[in-house]
Ligand binder design. Structure first.
Ligand code: AP5
Length: 334
């Protein structure tokens, strides 16, 4: 059976619209519990979906690095958790404004963001930009599963059977995987592609894990198919490309691009079917925090809306008796 990973042969080559949900207006100011028995590989996940995906690597002296890999796979630390529990940010001043250090020190609450949408609606693309801007820990179940498949673990071998058919991987595998990652995300998290069913949402609720915002990307089905068949990934940087909408910058990059095995027209139709039969129950669970964003626009425009939503959320966050303004400008409550 072919693996659910990345074929090395480049190929050439085009849903779900939830009813009655509030659409984000850019101009506005705007239980089940699971017994988990699966074991997982200890491989470091280099997210193929997002180079900018923050990940955690154990370091000596009890510290953790939160950073990214460079093209050679070396850690590019953006911040470090010190033994005293504080986080020292090493990112630019722009990111420092919203850095996890301030969150840990009680100035900013860690953000809890979910992003959802049909296959190829742009979740991974937007997550790259969200992580870059807000320094959240990106947890993408599709990427985590592909890493398990690539590592040949027991969980990965089981997951592969379902991924090939465009079906959901059993909760026994996915729930534990997500929970483990959430437990090591003190700077806030960005959950991408989870939960995808009522039972997965209930599992999070049972762990008392709730998002502050649930971003739903809306894209018409015919566009989704175009996006899937044209998607390519750079195995060196992890960057997502599209042959037509987001082509590689150089011939050298173009030559090394790979395609996911499940990125065929036939398989995406199965994935869309799975998505549409599960999505409504997830939306019902998070109806109080859903923001619908039109994902059928250039990616920078989509991101501008998402950025506004998250900044607005930060502005409303209360921590330690203070109300925080944009990106950590705090105002005392009297
Ligand atoms: P997963 O990898 O999560 O696949 P997916 O949900 O189908 O989403 P995609 O990764 O295909 O798309 P995306 O929304 O990230 O779009 P992207 O940004 O890449 O899951 C794979 C499988 O794993 C599932 O089928 C399932 O079997 C299993 N699985 C995963 N999570 C699970 C869970 N919780 N429970 C059980 N099983 C689970 O963009 C797509 C393309 O469009 C790219 O080429 C990009 O360049 C282009 N593009 C993006 N934005 C734009 C734009 N604005 N304009 C033009 N082009 C754009």
């Amino acid at each position: 059976m072919a693996g659910v990973g990345y074929a090395l042969s480049p190929v050439t080559q085009p849903a779900t619209s939830p009813a009655s949900l509030p659409r984000f207006q850019p101009s506005s100011s705007s239980s089940s519990s699971f017994s988990v028995s699966a074991s997982f590989s200890a491989v470091r996940v280099h997210s193929f979906k997002a180079t900018t995906c923050a990940f955690v690597a154990q370091q000596p002296f009890g510290s953790h690095f939160y950073g990214r890999r460079n093209s050679l796979g070396a850690v590019l630390p953006s911040s470090i958790v010190l033994d005293n529990g504080l986080i020292e940010s090493r990112k630019s001043s722009r990111v420092l404004k919203c850095s996890p250090a301030r969150a840990v020190q009680g100035e900013l609450a860690p953000l809890r963001v979910m992003i959802s949408g049909a296959p190829a609606s742009g979740k991974g693309t937007q997550c790259e930009m969200i992580v870059e801007q807000f320094n959240l820990t990106h947890i993408a179940t599709g990427d985590l599963l592909r890493a398990e498949v690539a590592a040949g673990t027991e969980a990965g071998m089981l997951a592969q059977e379902y991924m090939q058919k465009g079906q959901l991987v059993p909760n026994e595998i996915v729930v534990a995987m997500v929970k483990n990652k959430l437990d090591i995300a003190p700077n806030g998290w960005l959950l991408d592609g989870y939960p995808r069913s009522l039972s997965q949402a209930e599992a999070l609720e049972a762990f008392d894990i709730h998002p502050q915002i649930f971003i739903l990307l809306e894209v018409p089905e015919e566009i989704l198919v175009q996006r899937v068949v044209g998607r390519r990934l750079d195995p060196v940087t992890g960057k997502i490309y599209h042959l037509m909408y987001s082509p590689p910058e150089t011939p050298e990059i173009a030559a090394r691009l790979t395609q996911r095995d499940d990125d065929t027209e036939a398989k995406v139709k199965l994935r869309l079917k799975t998505h549409s039969s599960n999505v409504q129950s997830v939306l019902d669970t998070y109806k109080d925090v859903i923001k619908v964003v039109d994902g059928n626009r250039p990616k920078d425009q989509v991101f501008a809306d998402i950025q506004n939503l998250i900044v607005e959320l930060q502005g409303k966050t209360e921590v330690d008796g203070r109300t925080l303004g944009r990106c950590g400008q705090s105002t005392a409550i009297v």
